[in-house]
Design a protein around this ligand. Structure first.
Ligand code: PMV
Length: 341
């Protein structure tokens, strides 16, 4: 029983920052993202049939050719436990993942990672989940992974365990330019930073209230195909998230002087008539939202600030191979949304 899946990262246009329920990974607010068509993660899960606690029978995790034995292995095991619960299995598995995202750089490597793991592991354990249920499962691995299951432009609903999943929404054609300023690991991971922000930032309640409104505004702007409004909301919401995080104690600051310089350069591009809007996740790297026809010009203008990669709107997670799993032939992850047909 082995299955291989591919998933891509996504960049939030309206950010997820903080959980309402940590054990179920329910977000405090909804969020909206664009999936990328660069930096795929390819993950193969092989269920080996062994069970119990013998060392040789435990789950194993290899990332980019290196055996992982730290906290990342614990997260993968905990995630496989959820899959095993759903499948009624106690068999261990080996997970082999090739991740082309600069891991831990605030470029959502966990989004593509847990989306690919959810798709591959559920198939390897013989589950045949709908896109919605796969998105709910990916959520338990990493919040942003919820949105990498549908890909494209997607909304992730806040709600209870059943209602908190991501689904595609109509949107105008868009592109992104990723400016990698620093590909090293971030000083503090998003889980811990979220906890500290909720516990200590006086701005956090305002973040929750305003972001809940902003999700509605973004859905309206996407439905109207209003690129300018989408861009304005994207940049504003990113800066609000960073301001909220900076309000934590001890403070957390992800943006550095070079990140801020990219925000300034993007403002200059706008002043020169190129529609471009900056955003940044939990790290110093800046991602610029633009129109597909402008992505080359934006990439050239920002090339001096770091490694620059252009991306279009990417696909959802998909199975590329499954053997002996009882699931149908590999293909796009089944596009069945319960209640939506
Ligand atoms: O999925 P996590 O737990 O790594 O959190 C991601 C948080 C942000 O990337 C900063 C925002 C988002 O919505 O993706």
């Amino acid at each position: 029983m082995t299955a291989t899946a591919v998933a891509h990262p996504n960049i939030a246009l309206v950010k997820y920052w903080g959980k309402a329920d940590a054990s179920l990974a329910l977000p405090a607010t909804g969020s909206v993202s664009m999936g990328l068509d660069v930096f795929p993660t390819t993950t193969t899960v092989t269920v080996d049939g062994g069970s119990g606690d013998g060392l040789e029978a435990r789950d194993a995790f290899t990332l980019n050719g290196r055996v992982v034995e730290d906290g990342a292995l614990v997260r993968v095991r905990e995630f496989l436990d959820l899959v095993r619960d759903l499948a009624g299995s106690d068999a261990h598995a080996s997970v082999v993942s090739e991740n082309t995202v600069p891991t831990g750089a605030g470029l959502a490597s966990s989004a593509s990672g847990f989306a690919a793991l959810a798709a591959a592991a559920s198939s390897a354990y013989g589950l045949d989940l709908s896109t919605r249920d796969l998105s709910r499962l990916a959520r338990r691995g990493s919040g942003s992974a919820t949105r990498s299951i549908p890909g494209g432009v997607a909304v992730w609903h806040a709600g209870d365990d059943q209602g908190s999943y991501a689904e595609p929404i109509p949107a105008p054609p868009m592109a992104m330019v990723v400016v990698t300023i620093d590909a090293g690991p971030k000083p503090i991971g998003s889980r811990e930073a979220m906890r500290r922000t909720i516990a200590t930032s006086p701005f956090y309640p305002a973040w929750v209230t305003s972001t809940t409104e902003t999700v509605g505004d973004m859905l309206d702007a996407c439905a109207a195909g209003d690129f300018t409004r989408i861009g304005e909301i994207t940049e504003s919401n990113a800066l609000r998230m960073h301001a909220t995080i900076e309000g934590a104690f001890p403070p957390i600051r992800y943006l550095n002087a070079r990140s801020v310089a990219v925000f300034d350069a993007v403002a200059e591009l706008r002043a020169a008539g190129v529609e471009a809007y900056a955003t940044a996740d939990a790290g110093p790297n800046v991602v610029v939202l633009t129109k597909p026809e402008d992505r080359g010009a934006v990439a050239s203008a920002l090339a001096g600030f770091g490694d620059v990669i252009e991306s279009g709107t990417g696909p959802g997670a998909r199975l590329v191979r499954s053997e002996g799993t009882g699931t149908p032939d590999p293909g796009v992850v089944p596009d069945r949304q319960e209640g939506a047909e």
